[in-house]
Design a protein around this ligand. Structure first.
Ligand code: NAG
Ligand code: NAG
Ligand code: NAG
Length: 362
């Protein structure tokens, strides 16, 4: 239905309008496809296919609120950000690239390359042994693009990609790597140098994506990472780690500036930046508005704030997932993902900058 708002009906005959309208109803998606690149916030199962990876969620209690209580590899009690995003666009969730048969034609409504634990930098996620960094995700995308060209021809494939939405959910793992116990990054970079390094690497890779035909990019900032259970548990009284929050915000500032520059340098590019930091801070400040009674502790885990271990089969979990912001030590609950996607898709410029996804899709 939202698509109808994008169409200018001036001067069209009633017959044409009816025709267009029935076509839209047949496929009322706001975009032809969603291509997803990112980390655990949007991974819908790629890591299930990485035999050596330690970043997995294909076991209980993950998925406890998913249909049939299935542990799909989503780092969530139920659906995640990518699921709600696809639903808003009017498309099925883009399936994991690694679940596709190599010979088959890729689904025309999009593919997901996202991999839990991965980052913008190739080095990020090494503690998980096996993840798919952004550069490799783009390599995989280029293979899908080749098949699209074979299938549709160069010009139709190009047109398809130019209308498709590229959802990029990165940054958390790159940023947290700096603060990890025993991290060697502080020996190589100051915090500001590291933030600049991530942002400039991201810029180069987004340029590559633009070169492969991506025009509509949705890029998420990072949340206030110092307020995630894994950081709160280290601070007295479970308060936020203000240093980690400060650098989370600095990364987001760099990212926003980079996207503005990239747009001015890249023909036909449009983007939406999602201010996850602001959106999550708003939840922390107004928990009751959204029905949250627990903004600090993870629902699933063990130990202090349930953040000493991930959500493992041996972990305990809360009975009410609706009133928790965090599912485990680092991932939000399904309900938070849904709130965020609502803001991103149809919210004001407070959190979706410089436009929302409904406007981007037009
Ligand atoms: C990152 O990995 C890709 C292969 O996936 C490689 O092509 C690229 O050169 C690497 N980048 C850096 C900076 O090492
Ligand atoms: C960091 O690691 C050291 C050595 O393993 C350990 O003694 C210390 O408690 C750890 N610090 C935190 C904050 O986990
Ligand atoms: C989008 O937001 C506008 C204004 O708040 C509202 O009227 C409209 O129903 C919303 N549309 C969708 C699809 O959520």
């Amino acid at each position: 239905m939202e698509v109808a708002t994008c169409i200018n009906v001036n001067g069209t005959t009633l017959l044409l309008f009816v025709l267009v309208f029935s076509l839209l109803r047949a496929s009322h998606a706001a975009a032809p496809a969603v291509y997803v690149l990112g980390a655990s916030m949007v991974d819908v199962g790629n890591n299930n296919y990485l035999p050596r990876s330690l970043a997995k969620a294909d076991y209980p209690h993950n998925g406890i609120d998913y249909p049939d209580r299935k542990s799909t590899g989503r780092f969530s009690n139920g659906m995640n950000f990518a699921d709600f995003f696809a639903k808003k666009i009017g498309l099925p969730t883009s399936p994991p690239y690694l679940s596709l048969n190599n010979d088959a034609t890729p689904p025309i409504t999009g593919v997901s390359f996202a991999s839990g634990g991965s980052g913008i930098l190739n080095e990020t996620g090494q503690t998980y042994i096996q993840v798919i960094p952004l550069a490799q995700q783009i390599n995989y995308f280029s293979l899908v693009r080749n098949k699209l060209i074979q299938q549709l021809g160069q010009s139709s494939a190009q047109k398809h990609l130019s209308k498709s939405i590229f959802l990029l959910g990165f940054g958390t793992n790159d940023m947290l790597a700096y603060f990890n116990n025993g991290s060697t990054i502080p020996k190589q970079y100051t915090q500001q140098q590291y933030v600049d390094h991530i942002v400039s690497t991201f810029k180069g890779l987004l340029k590559m994506l633009h070169g492969l035909g991506a025009r509509k990019m949705v890029v998420t900032g990072v949340g206030p990472l110092g307020c995630y259970p894994l950081k709160r548990k280290l601070i007295k009284d479970g308060e936020c780690d203000v240093e980690v929050d400060f650098w989370s915000a600095r990364y987001n500032d760099g990212l926003k500036m980079m996207l503005r520059d990239l747009k001015s340098e890249s023909k036909g590019m449009k983007y939406v930046y999602f201010d996850m930091y602001g959106a999550m801070s708003n939840l922390f400040q107004n928990p009751k508005t959204y029905g949250f009674t627990d903004i600090k502790e993870a629902c699933c885990g063990l130990g202090k704030l349930n953040a000493d271990v991930p959500c493992l089969p041996t972990s305990s979990y809360c009975t009410n997932r609706q009133n928790h912001v965090f599912w485990d030590l680092i991932h939000t609950t399904e309900v938070v993902a849904s709130i965020f996607v609502d803001l991103l898709y149809n919210g004001t410029q407070k959190y979706a900058v410089p436009m929302n996804v409904r406007q981007l899709a037009c």
